[in-house]
Design a protein around this ligand. Structure first.
Ligand code: AMP
Length: 284
């Protein structure tokens, strides 16, 4: 595996991988890798000849009072994990390489960016869209893999890739990979390590209460009733607040009053101590 930290090195490395017409996948991450990230890498490996992984803790997607400084950084450990997965290229740029002095551009994806995490984290998806657009232009992959764990992010990136003709135009160039969970159901996340042992135990109420709500919604219950019961279960189970718990159209993310004919998603963000956890599940 080659590790590159400057754009000129990246371009040379990509060119070398591409010389024989090989296909290339990109897996963008912020590091602190776990089985969820490695599942994306394995999915990418199934689909292309080579895999490039980026590790970049992107400052522009963190709000002023969020965990940018505290976000775990462990490049040596991550690098060993990626090497063992047979990753060809690790792109680990510095903040200065990504955002040179005078950087002034931003990509904003209307509609799908606006509710849910977009409402509770103003500017977050502009930061995500801008950095992912840069990563696509830097690496020029055939496909890119993202986790369904960040369902709204996946919808934002799909919209942007379509709108701005990024990556290969073929349908399916943006690959969504199902959420990888711990044995007790909690979605894997780099932020789970912020939880104390007690909070970690309490956090299991998130997937269990969501599964219950999914069953209620599928039985025809109103979204308002099911999500109200879900919020109450989270607060009773140890969560301190709920940013949102909602039923939405899986593609447009428009809020739904109840399950209809098209695929829907239950989306939740809730805080336990200082940690904000998100999760989502298919409904119907
Ligand atoms: P992050 O490092 O948190 O920015 O995540 C990098 C990529 O890994 C994103 O596409 C995430 O959606 C994906 N990801 C994170 N956690 C999981 C998980 N538990 N299962 C599947 N994909 C995940």
């Amino acid at each position: 595996m080659q590790t590159v930290t400057r754009l000129d090195m990246l371009r040379n490395a990509v060119e070398a991988l591409r010389t024989d017409g090989s296909t290339l996948a990109l897996v963008p991450t912020m590091g602190a890798l776990h089985e969820g990230h490695l599942t994306l890498v394995r999915e990418a490996k199934q689909r292309t000849d080579h895999v490039a992984v980026s590790i970049f803790v992107n400052p522009t997607q963190f709000g002023p009072n969020e965990d940018l400084a505290a976000y775990p950084r462990q490049l040596a450990e991550d690098s060993a994990l990626l090497e063992a997965e047979g990753v060809a290229l690790l792109w680990a740029p510095t903040v200065e390489a990504m955002y040179p002095a005078g950087f002034a551009s931003s990509i904003s994806v209307a509609g799908v960016s606006e509710g849910f995490c977009g409402a509770s984290r103003p500017g977050h998806f502009d930061g995500v869209a801008t950095v992912v657009c840069k990563l696509f232009n830097q690496v020029r992959p055939d496909i890119a893999c993202f986790g369904e764990k960040d369902w709204q992010q996946l919808a934002v990136i799909r919209r942007m890739a379509r709108d701005l003709d990024l990556v290969a135009p073929a349908a399916g160039a943006i690959v969504g990979v199902p959420t990888v969970r711990e044995a007790d159901g909690l979605a894997m996340s780099s932020r789970n390590r912020y939880l104390s042992p007690t909070q970690r135990r309490q956090a299991t109420v998130l997937p269990s209460a969501m599964r219950k709500a999914v069953a209620e919604l599928e039985a025809g219950e109103d979204a308002a009733d099911a999500t109200e019961a879900l919020e109450a279960a989270l607060l009773a189970g140890g969560f301190d607040s709920v940013d949102y718990a909602a039923l939405a159209d899986a593609a447009s993310l428009a809020s739904l009053d109840r399950l209809g004919d098209s695929p829907a998603r239950l989306l939740v963000a809730a805080r336990i101590g200082g940690t904000r956890l998100i999760d989502n599940m298919a409904v119907g």
